[in-house]
Write a protein that binds this ligand. Structure first.
Ligand code: HEC
Length: 307
């Protein structure tokens, strides 16, 4: 076991700047990831805003709502010239979305209000509402995320996030805190991420697991955020003496000795105290442990500020 492990007060200012830039960038990236999540899944259930219901529909699908219904009850509603047409469309969907009724009732509405945007030639990424084939696709019941889609997202997610969590954790372990808390804290985001991904697959069959998706996702975000904040705080604002005051005298003296040796000083134990020799060979006597610690932390601070 080393004399003591590396802590934030051991690292240079350059390393602090590098760590902080990384942590802040990850924090901003995470905020954008949340915004992306919001815009991808919100209003799937027809109501504005993100809810557990939206997550259920995303992974499990919806037995009573189709994409077309969700759209005309949500973000596409203002495009309908007459609100009464909404009922016509919903009735058509519920009666089986047949082709004959489509030509008679639905096509005129869509041609008037929707095809300005929903034409492949204009916007190939939007559902094609100019033909029955395109319309019936969004009028079909949604079955949620497909297995190939989940597998694709899982592997990207696990590879990418594992790297991010690993580097955040490596920085965080330099923090000064209770070791048990630290050991648990570095593991939590990984466990939460695995639980989150597992819950996607389970939600596909059991919609109630959408709550686990949300809870595990939140836990990952919170634990990652806590690691980032603690690291930033301790790196810049927290100056702790490297040797706990309550430690036995022998431990405290040994720790001082280790620090001083790193800085190029030599400490010799005498029957009534210590003799300190600086890198240039100058000597001085230290009588008490408190004196030794004061010199030791003073030199360390000076050393930190000089690189
Ligand atoms: C001004 C252009 C415009 C008009 C007019 C318009 N839409 Fe859209 N529509 C969009 C855009 C842009 C999106 C993609 C929105 C997104 O993914 O957030 C979209 C998405 C959709 C979707 C897919 C939603 C999903 O599940 O991904 C449906 C269904 C839809 N519109 C139906 C309609 C209907 C029905 C009308 C006519 C009442 C209509 N739209 C009129 C621009 C338009």
């Amino acid at each position: 076991m080393p004399l003591r492990y590396r802590r934030f007060y051991d690292i240079s200012v350059s390393e602090r700047i590098l760590n902080s830039a990384f942590l802040l960038t990850i924090g901003i990236g995470y905020a954008f990831a949340l915004a992306n999540l919001y815009y991808t899944h919100q209003a799937r259930d027809g109501r504005r805003g993100l809810s557990v219901q939206d997550v259920m529909i995303a992974y499990h699908g919806s037995t009573h709502r189709t994409r077309l219904e969700v759209a005309i009850n949500g973000i596409m509603e203002p495009n309908l010239k007459y609100k009464s047409d909404k009922e016509v469309i919903v009735k058509w969907i519920h009666s089986g979305a047949g082709e004959a009724e489509y030509h008679a009732l639905i096509a005129p509405i869509l041609n008037r209000d929707c095809v300005v945007c929903h034409t492949p030639a204009i916007n190939p990424n939007l559902p094609d509402l100019t033909r029955y084939a395109g319309v019936s696709e969004v009028a079909a019941k949604s079955s949620g995320a497909t297995l190939p889609a989940l597998i694709r997202v899982s592997h990207i997610h696990l590879f990418g996030i594992a790297f991010i969590l690993y580097f955040i954790g490596r920085i965080f372990i330099l923090a000064e805190m209770n070791v048990t808390v630290k050991r648990i804290t570095v593991a939590i985001p990984f466990v939460a991420m695995l639980l989150d991904v597992a819950a996607w697959y389970i939600t596909k069959s059991i919609p109630g697991f959408a709550y686990v998706v949300v809870a595990a996702g939140a836990l990952m975000g919170i634990s990652m955020g806590a690691q980032i904040l603690v690291s930033l705080y301790q790196m810049w604002f927290h100056r702790v003496h490297p040797i706990p005051a309550g430690a036995p005298a022998g431990t405290r003296a040994r720790a001082c000795c280790g620090i001083l040796a790193e800085l190029g000083y030599e400490l010799t134990e005498l029957p009534d105290g210590w003799e300190l020799r600086d890198p240039d060979g100058a000597r001085c006597r230290l009588g008490t442990l408190e004196e030794l610690e004061t010199v030791c932390s003073g030199l360390e601070l000076k050393h930190q500020q000089s690189y």
